[in-house]
Design a protein. Structure first.
Length: 141
């Protein structure tokens, strides 16, 4: 089994639920062809470098997985058929140096999922009372 990375760009006209359904369909394509998904990284909505099918933006999602090399042809064929995707790119990690980088990317993606962004602590503040604005007469007294 070799290590791969897929970047997919989903149409921006979808709702959040439709985008998640499209991502789940992409992941299902990979797993149905014998792939094991190691990590995913939702990069969010971003501006495209150039318009694709009159779309200026797209939802970027990266998937790191391991699969037999023979399955890549079928995975890419099914990606081409999927009309929800504007673009996709498959990157193969072959050498030991590339596999080490792949493992680093997977670790970073898994850490990003485990540790949500820290929210500001909620503190109770004294209620703000609004005073009537002072007029010039009240100030003079």
């Amino acid at each position: 089994m070799r290590h791969y990375e897929n970047l997919v760009i989903v149409k921006p006209t979808f709702t959040a639920e439709e985008i998640q359904a499209s991502i789940k369909a992409v992941e299902e394509i990979i797993t149905s062809n014998g792939g094991e998904i190691a990590a995913t990284n939702a990069m969010g909505m971003r501006k495209l470098a150039y318009p694709i099918n009159k779309n200026e933006r797209g939802y970027y999602h990266v998937i790191y997985y391991s699969v037999a090399p023979a399955a890549i042809v079928e995975i890419e064929r099914r990606f081409r058929i999927n009309e929800d995707l504007l673009r996709f790119v498959t990157i193969k990690y072959d050498t030991n140096r590339e596999i080490k980088a792949w493992n680093t990317f997977v670790e970073k993606a898994n850490k990003a999922v485990e540790v949500p962004k820290a929210e500001a602590p909620v503190t109770e503040e004294a209620p703000v009372t609004e005073e009537a604005p002072k007029t010039e007469e009240a100030v003079a007294e």
